[in-house]
Design a protein around this ligand. Structure first.
Ligand code: AR6
Length: 174
């Protein structure tokens, strides 16, 4: 069974098959985790991203990891929070599913997600955590994949606490 864990840390430091980037539709970099990933990966990443012609919200595209310890980067574009009535929940769930589909296609064993859309894009963290964990655990239980370890990489103690309490509720339901 796949281990689903929440950890505090910087996603650019993780030695996994792939880390997920919370990008924007241009795929040409930005602030937050996207900026940190581009800085740590180096300029080769931007050149590869330029050839991808962007990415729609809710979709995902893959690149090499360049100077990162992670071998690959899965770039996904979360929804901007506009109050919740603009399909934000479905689009956020789609980011997780499409990233996992790529991870399954490439036969990855270890994958790490940041908390997509909950920074600059303003998605309320509690709702985003619920969608992240529900979508990932549903995918893992209903699809063919090689994933052994999926990490929710949290950038603050308060996010970590939320992920951990949702994960322990999930484990009690099983
Ligand atoms: N490792 C792990 N998590 C991180 C790191 C890191 N090194 N740095 C930030 N976070 P955000 P979004 C957390 O704003 O809301 C960019 O400009 C951060 O604390 O990076 O999807 C893109 O280009 C938060 O919990 O992404 C887009 O324009 C989470 O990562 C836009 O921001 C996501 O915050 C995307 O906004």
């Amino acid at each position: 069974m796949t281990r689903l864990v929440a950890e505090l840390g910087d996603i650019t430091k993780l030695e996994v098959d792939a880390i997920v980037n919370a990008a924007n539709e241009s795929l040409l970099g930005g602030g937050g985790v996207d900026g940190a990933i581009h800085r740590a990966a180096g300029p080769g990443l931007l050149s590869e991203c330029r050839a991808l012609s962007g990415c729609s919200t809710g979709q995902a595209k893959i690149t090499q990891g360049y100077k990162l310890p992670a071998k690959f980067i899965i770039h996904t574009v979360g929804p901007v929070w506009r109050g919740g009535g603009n399909n934000e929940a479905e689009l956020l769930a789609s980011c997780y599913r499409e990233s996992l589909k790529l991870a399954a296609k490439y036969k990855f064993k270890r994958l790490a997600f940041p908390s997509i859309s909950t920074g600059v894009y303003g998605y309320p963290i509690e709702q985003a955590v619920d969608i992240a964990i529900t979508t990932v655990s549903t995918f893992l239980g209903s699809s063919v994949h090689d994933l052994e370890h999926v990490i929710f990489c949290c950038f603050s103690e308060s996010d970590l606490n939320l992920y951990q309490s949702h994960l322990s509720a999930l484990n009690q339901d099983e």
